[in-house]
Design a protein around this ligand. Structure first.
Ligand SMILES: Cc1cc2nc3c(=O)[nH]c(=O)nc-3n(C[C@H](O)[C@H](O)[C@H](O)COP(=O)(O)OP(=O)(O)OC[C@H]3O[C@@H](n4cnc5c(N)ncnc54)[C@H](O)[C@@H]3O)c2cc1C
Length: 491
């Protein structure tokens, strides 16, 4: 029996897999492949791996300027963190929760706890009534009185909430959450994907707020309670992944942008890398198998010529800008808006604000007294970031004005110690309507091509809790196809 096993191990050692893209998806896939002894090369276009997990030095402090937490849902990210020996660094955010700002006639108020996607379990809860007013509360209460016959299986969260609970619940509670968390409008969110079981509970209980109550059980989790972070920042995850990959003999090549992918022999591949200096020559690299882990438009551009039936059309992805401010502002010590602020759509130029030093005690402990870190995000689906056409100075000034308005505290330019600007293209969240069908079609086309894997947020849905398990599963598929299918063919 040992001979076939030795044969597999030898085949693994002889297999060279190239992973295109060194974001979390690419690094996690690379780790799974390197673990079985395959020769792995990760090609990353930028100067540093990590993708959306980015850090910057702002006013002498190293800060996460992209992703800064992970959803604990499913336990996948936690399992990876533990595997990498970072379990002791896992921290919970301040449970104070976030606020909503831009509420007509009210201004800002804490986001009520106990809801799902902002849908309240009890419209009469004073925290809910403060936001939607007496009229909104009575309208939401109609949900309890509507005949069950009017209940159908709704595929749009926006339609579901509007018809059951009214426009105020939709605009003031649900839209701030979906636009802050998913960069998407409620009308474009599929409730079955965003809140599995909600439609079924609605049919059972006869009301949407009743369904939320049932799904939440008697847990009173503050909004944001289902995420965790790493002391020192999420970039620690990238460092640990890179260290483990290097220890396993994998090569990680920064500043290595793949420009084309083509078949070379069967089932081999040839990848062309852009020359790193303008006068240099493009480089060709051979691989037995390839895993593409880039953002969607780049993945489709590389794959369309080699995957029959894969469209190169990419849905418009929201462009985002995150402005990180380090400010000397003891008036923020009291965390006047909890861990951050979500906004009623169109009430502000900014989409959301995170008061990072209030959210993460480890970060506050690293800052001098009275110094705070605030992140202001701009841009959403169909809405270019308000900062997009501004130069850095003007974008920083706008971020400061928005931070003042959202935090309810006047912040003067003289209080600013440092500003950092970072641009992103956000993949669509898993819950966006129509995405599941598009992804299934892409995956089916990709599966027809041997020795090829594709992963990343555009397939798994955005968020580390989605990206990590998808990368593991895709690497497993590639491993199996390269090792066992080849063995079957040979045998
Ligand atoms: C501003 C922002 C904040 C976020 N915050 C959170 C959060 O707090 N928690 C959370 O769970 N999720 C968060 N997310 C989502 C999460 O960060 C992403 O879903 C996840 O990091 C995506 O990982 P990825 O590897 O699929 O893609 P990416 O991180 O985009 O990595 C793709 C990599 O491929 C490289 N690449 C592209 N083209 C090529 C090429 N031709 N050749 C070689 N390399 C190439 C890119 O340079 C990049 O490094 C956030 C997203 C954004 C935009």
């Amino acid at each position: 029996m040992s001979e076939p096993l030795e044969g597999l191990a030898a085949r693994a050692r002889e297999t060279h897999v190239v992973v295109v893209g060194g974001g979390v998806a690419g690094l996690v896939a690379a780790l799974e492949l390197a673990k079985v002894g395959m020769r792995v090369t990760v090609l990353e276009a930028e100067q540093r791996p990590g993708g959306v997990l980015r850090t910057a030095d702002v006013a002498g402090v190293t800060l996460d300027v992209g992703a800064e937490s992970f959803a604990t849902r499913g336990g996948h990210v936690r399992a990876l963190v533990d595997e990498l020996g970072l379990g002791d660094a896992v921290v919970a955010p301040n449970p104070a929760g976030a606020w909503v700002a831009g509420i007509p006639g009210v201004g800002a108020a804490p986001l009520p706890g106990g809801g799902i996607l902002g849908i309240p379990a009890n419209p009469w809860d004073p925290a809910v009534r403060r936001i939607i007013g007496v009229r909104g509360t009575w309208r939401a209460y109609l949900d309890r009185l509507r005949p069950p016959l009017t209940i159908g299986h709704d595929r749009s969260l926006g339609h579901l909430v509007r018809s059951r609970l009214g426009a105020r619940v939709l605009d003031r509670l649900v839209a701030p959450v979906t636009s802050g968390v998913y960069s998407a409008r409620p009308d474009d969110i599929d409730p079955d994907a965003a809140a599995p079981g909600l439609n079924a509970a609605l049919a059972r209980t006869g009301s949407l707020s009743g369904a939320v109550q049932v799904l939440r059980g008697d847990r009173t989790v503050a909004p944001g309670g289902a995420v965790a972070g790493l002391a020192g920042g999420m970039a620690g995850l990238v460092e640990a992944l890179v260290a483990k990959l290097v220890a396993l003999g994998a090569e990680i090549r920064p500043s290595a942008r793949v420009v084309t992918l083509r078949r070379a022999g069967a089932p081999g591949w040839s990848l062309a890398l852009a020359a790193s200096d303008p006068d240099g020559e493009d480089e060709e690299l051979a691989a037995d198998a390839v895993v593409v882990a880039t953002i969607e438009h780049e993945a489709r551009r590389l794959l369309a010529p080699v995957v029959p039936g894969l469209s190169s059309d990419t849905p418009v992805a929201p462009e985002l800008e995150v402005m990180t401010l380090v400010v000397d502002a003891p008036e923020l010590d009291a965390a006047p808006r909890g861990t951050g602020v979500l906004t009623v759509p169109h009430a502000f130029a900014a989409k959301a604000l995170t008061h990072s030093s209030a959210k993460w005690p480890w970060l506050a402990a690293r800052l001098p007294g009275g110094v705070h870190v605030v992140r202001v995000s701009f841009g959403a689906q169909d809405e270019r970031p308000a900062t997009a056409d501004l130069d850095d100075a003007a974008a920083g000034a706008l971020a400061l004005r928005e931070a003042s308005a959202l935090l309810g505290v006047h912040l003067d330019p003289a209080q600013v110690r440092g500003v950092h600007r970072e641009r992103f293209v956000q993949s669509q969240p898993a819950a966006v309507l129509g995405r599941a069908e598009r992804v299934a079609a892409a995956r089916a086309a990709i599966r027809t091509v041997p020795a090829l894997g594709v992963t990343g947020a555009w397939l798994s849905g955005t968020g580390l809790a989605q990206v990590v398990p998808d990368a593991i599963a895709e690497a497993e598929t590639v491993r199996r196809r390269v090792l066992f299918d080849a063995a079957d063919t040979a045998g």
